[in-house]
Design a protein around this ligand. Sequence first.
Ligand code: DUC
Ligand code: ZN
Ligand code: ZN
Length: 457
Amino acid sequence: MDTLLQGGTIVTPQGSFAGDIRVRGERITEIGEGLIAQGEKVIPVEGKLLFPGFIDTHTHFDLDAGSFHTADDFATGTRAAIAGGTTVILDFTTQEKGETLMEALGNWHRLADGKCSCDYGFHMSITDWNEAVRKELPLMTREGVTSYKLYMAYDNLKVSDGEIFEILQAVEHEGGIIGVHCENGELITELSGQLLARGETGPEAHPKARPAEIEAEAVYRLLTIARMAGTPVNIVHLSTRRAYEVVRAARAEGQRVYVESCPQYFLLEDSKYELAGFESAKYVLSPPLRKQEDVDCLWKALAAGEIDTIGTDHCSFHFHGQKERGLKDFTKIPNGLPGVEHRPVLMYTYGVGTGKITKEQFCGVLSENPAKLFDMYPRKGALMVGSDADIVVWDPEAKDVISAGTQVQNVDYTPYEGMKIKGKPVQVFLRGTLVYREGQVVVPGQGRYVHRGRSGL
Ligand code: DUC
Ligand code: ZN
Ligand code: ZN
């Protein structure tokens, strides 16, 4: 339905201003002050902020974790995304050994297509690199996949340093960007073995197997390889001061490095691993939660504009029945936290609300930067004439308390239980359709595949 949003504050990374937004069909057709209704539905939004729909650069929905799947599939995960104001998610397809990239992409389309409540795209995780896979890169571009992920950890996923070098060059040639999971996999295996042999089998051993050095070394190695390859690179879920300082030094020498971090690394720290019994398994993810000095460093980096995107790494497992698979051995606890629903309210409350960052910076890292980096701008990530009408109507005064009892995501806990928030979405438009209103996803299942490309359109 055609709509006129009247009397809001339009937020962009470059500045905020009073204005109205006219929507015709799926697109924004006019932005200005004092727009006169032309027969469309008028929605008064005085006192509200208008943001471009938020983009989550990092989700794992319906992920196969061996004998079971993540708690959230594409239906429940994207419904939760919309309830939080996220109108696009980018999920990770994973190439199994021996599989072609086209087969992997087909598998993920089958999991997602027709089930999503927000728009969605895919990064491609390359795990089995060879000449045939190299020849598939142009096919990926044709299919709207322009970003890739490589793992430096996890035996079944990781690629060698030589392969990283080759893949960086090949993807750069094709015009894509690579994100890398930076942890030293061999050292994690060694440290985990030593901990288990000493009888340290509980979840509190998890961070000991993955200390800060494990990330910083991998980041240094990756940036060395990328410098030699002459390509930019994106570091996903960066979590420590040590790793950040490696990035800062490389940038000071002129290297192009993008950084993603996640709400959990800003809002939670490693005291969660001191919780009694098995409770701390709720916080087993990789990289693990870090120390207060790391948290402080990330906030400073974010405020300085040195973190480009905030994704969630949403990878939800039920505490009962799924995390519990690792009761006797922490290495068997499935890794990951839920977060897709709460990323905007958390980063707004604890970032904008505390004065650490401005609402314009918040808009940059949640909307505009992800759209630019991942070839969707200005169709996504912008409130501009011609952009998709993905609009979040945000009440900066609304208060709430995060709780598993009221969340939309399909998982039996939240790592943010009991945290107070101030500022939340009250209406969400997806390509012009009002899909979320006053606590309810009113029109589910409207999500479409985003075919990404260099022009962003
Ligand atoms: N770490 C990852 O690298 N992926 C999914 C979940 C996690 O904790
Ligand atoms: Zn990862
Ligand atoms: Zn991940």
